[in-house]
Design a protein around this ligand. Structure first.
Ligand code: NAD
Ligand code: ZN
Length: 262
């Protein structure tokens, strides 16, 4: 349940924004059937995450990481973008949003049609793998049958380096170009919209404050409280699908000169 007046304020602010920046977390994909990280009972929490250092150092850790990854992938195979993923893609395509920054690794923003040059994946993408030494992309469809037959973690086809899912693990360095682009968008935003993030994973959770310090209004849409709620101009507490229901980018026509007011 989302209070109707809050939903209306949210929609008005989004349609009035000229330099919207969208920031999404795992909560956005739960309505697509992908479990988030921190909601109690999450399968991501069933095992202690394997830190980057351990993955690089130990063949056994790599085997375990790949084993778990394929089990998780199966649990949400076939997940489709939600209506909100599609709405956000429209905001970007229409130039209403200057960028979409996601912590998600599920590829659903791409599938919803978000243009690649306006999308930053802060924590990488779990739908393919890369060689940690030479950067060559490897497809899961090729890796998986070999792993399942031999029980050995994949090595690079080109350089024999260690191959890892193209996500950022605990202890792994953040992708520099992605962070730089996200920081720049945060500085340019007139409205910074957070959707479905607990805002406890750093440095990603710094970005709303960067935007705020540079003059943006901050809006947070999430089912539960976050540490940045007190810094927000608007907090919409409730289900994401309900918060955006009834909103369409087409409604924005003719509202170009309206300032964002919250
Ligand atoms: P999180 O799990 O820490 O927080 C998700 C938040 O969304 C929670 O506060 C939860 O209450 C809320 N939420 C869940 N479903 C909701 C709904 N339908 N409506 C409203 N609120 C809802 O997620 P995070 O902040 O993104 O941090 C998790 C980290 O784990 C990220 O770095 C991400 O890379 C990774 N992760 C990604 C995925 C994915 O790609 N879908 C899934 C799990 C974890
Ligand atoms: Zn390689």
């Amino acid at each position: 349940m989302v209070a109707p007046h809050l939903r209306q304020t949210l929609h008005d602010a989004l349609l009035a924004s000229r330099r919207l920046v969208i920031f999404t977390g795992a909560g956005l994909s739960t309505e697509s059937g992908v479990p988030d990280f921190r909601t109690p009972g999450s399968p991501w929490m069933a095992n202690r995450p394997i830190p980057f250092e351990a993955f690089v150092a130990s063949a056994e850790a790599r085997r375990e990481a790949w084993r778990r990854k394929f089990i998780m992938d199966d649990s949400f195979a076939g997940a489709q973008p939600s209506p909100v993923h599609r709405l956000l893609a429209d905001f970007v395509r229409e130039g209403r949003a200057i960028g979409l920054i996601t912590q998600n690794i599920d590829g659903l923003h791409q599938e919803a049609g978000t243009p690649a040059d306006r999308l930053v994946e802060l924590h990488g993408n779990g739908t393919y793998a890369t060689c940690l030494d030479c950067g060559l992309r490897h497809e899961l469809a090729t890796i998986r049958p070999v792993f399942e037959t031999t029980g050995r973690a994949p090595r690079c086809e080109d350089c024999d380096g260690v191959v890892k899912s193209a996500t950022i693990s605990f202890g792994q360095r953040m992708p520099e170009a992605a962070m730089r682009q996200a920081d720049q968008w945060a500085r340019e935003a007139d409205l910074f919209l957070v959707i479905g993030s607990s805002l406890v994973v750093h440095p990603a959770a710094q970005l709303p404050l960067v935007a705020k310090a540079n003059g943006a209004a901050l809006v947070i849409v999430n089912r539960e409280a976050t540490p940045l709620d007190s810094a927000a101009d608007l907090v919409v507490r409730g289900e994401i699908g309900a918060a955006f229901a009834g909103l369409a980018v087409a409604q924005a026509t003719g509202m170009d000169s309206m300032p964002v007011r919250l």
